[in-house]
Ligand binder design. Structure first.
Ligand SMILES: *Cc1c(COP(=O)(O)O)cnc(C)c1O
Length: 404
């Protein structure tokens, strides 16, 4: 069970007013808010232990290194990775995807095929297009249905010996669809292809088990699950991380350097060149602890209640259409009012203190599919309430009155 009053009290921003109205924050799919423990972790780090890691012999450097490596262990346990060095700390999902996409340049040849889902975020499309340009590989797309679900029968037809890589998000940020990733992974493995799953949108709602999924790469950003911006993870199976070349050269990622030849450090340091976001990494670990203390089962059940309630209330509005009606769906509602531009709805909601996202949500191909310029997207988190949904619904009604 979620003790909503207790949880809300832990997020200082929820007491803020925006445009003279209490903040109703429904842009959680873009970034989540931060509980006090995460904010404290960042302040404490800079106030008490700030030092560079993995280098100094002095005490603070060792304390900082221990705290940073402890965060890695927390992440290893959370995602159930076999080894802690299979967890690479990165700047976030986009960075993680680019490490893999760039690394595959030397592993692909002309005519090889890469499959991506039609539900992708731009950060999961563009790096693969760039990879295809570099290698002559061909990009294929798993199409989607009007409900926002992937056509798995077409996926099966696309798979062949030529398929080297498959990419899908775990949950679509634009529509909320929960994709059948276990099936995607197993079918790809049957033809010998590797799979990368973008978990940026899934990790705030569910706890993935990378060994059970048998996934080759899994990526996520801390800021979507109550952690700070600018830090994330790349989980990779040890054998894959060993096959991939380093992404960036620099300090920390080397074993020995001479002007003739440099040898690279082992995992995870091979992929962690330069001074990382140390405070961010530590706070990421704290955010994971916090989310686990609330409990992912509780979070999922409560958010599902919000989703059902919000869907029902919004659909009572005449002329409102919801995009993305998959059977398995996370707490994201993408919608439009007939004849009204989503941006105008979003602007009126903002004046009422309600934060939603409007636009294409970094997923233009999905908007093209529905032939719309964008949607209004309300995405819920476990610290939101039904009362806040009522404020949203009243605001949407008001926008409709003012704009039609
Ligand atoms: C937010 C998001 C990303 C990008 O994450 P960054 O933290 O901006 O790198 C990628 N994929 C999905 C599904 C997302 O929701």
């Amino acid at each position: 069970m979620i003790d909503i009053q207790k949880i809300r009290a832990e997020f200082p921003i929820l007491k803020e007013q925006v445009n003279g109205k209490p903040l109703v924050y429904f842009d959680n799919a873009a970034t989540s808010q931060k509980p006090q423990v995460v904010i404290d972790a960042i302040v404490d780090y800079y106030s008490k232990i700030n030092a560079n890691i993995h280098r100094g012999v002095h005490t603070l450097s060792q304390v900082a290194t221990d705290a940073y490596e402890e965060a890695r262990i927390k992440l290893q346990k959370h995602f159930n990775a076999k080894k802690s060095y299979e967890i690479i700390l990165t700047a976030g999902t986009t960075h993680s995807i680019n490490i893999v996409a760039t690394g595959f340049t030397s592993l692909l040849k002309k005519g090889d095929e890469i499959i991506v889902s039609a539900l992708e975020h731009h950060s999961n499309i563009v790096p693969w297009q760039m990879l295809c340009e570099r290698t002559g590989a061909i990009l294929k797309v798993i199409p989607m249905s009007t409900s926002g679900e992937l056509k798995m029968d077409v996926y099966e037809e696309l798979l062949s010996e030529k398929t080297k890589l498959v990419f899908s998000n775990h949950i679509s940020n634009a529509l909320g669809t929960i994709n059948p990733i276990k099936e995607i992974i197993d079918k790809a493995h049957a033809v010998g292809a590797a799979v990368l799953i973008d978990g940026a949108q899934a990790c705030p709602h569910i706890k993935p088990d990378v060994q059970e999924l048998d996934v080759d790469f899994y990526v996520a950003s801390a800021h979507k699950l109550c952690g700070p911006t600018g830090v994330g993870i790349l989980y990779g199976k040890e054998e894959w991380l060993n096959k991939l070349p380093p992404y960036q050269g620099g300090g920390e990622m080397i074993e020995t350097v001479t002007f003739e030849k440099t040898t690279y450090a082992g995992l995870p340091h091979k992929f962690e060149a330069g001074t990382p976001n140390i405070a961010g990494g530590i706070a990421f670990g704290v955010a994971i602890d916090y989310m686990n203390s609330v409990g992912f089962e509780n979070i999922a059940a409560y958010e599902d209640e919000l989703l059902v309630y919000g869907t029902e209330k919004l659909l009572e509005i005449e002329g409102l259409k919801i995009y993305g009606t998959a059977e398995k769906k996370a707490a994201v509602i993408s919608f439009n009012l007939e004849g009204i531009h989503p941006f105008d709805v979003g602007s009126i909601l903002d004046k009422l203190g309600v934060a939603v996202r409007t636009g294409h949500h970094c997923a233009q191909p999905i908007m093209d599919f529905y032939k719309i310029p964008g949607t209004v997207r309300a995405s819920f988190a476990f610290y939101n309430t039904k009362e806040e949904i009522d404020v949203l619904v009243a605001g949407v009604k008001r926008a409709q009155m003012m704009l039609s």
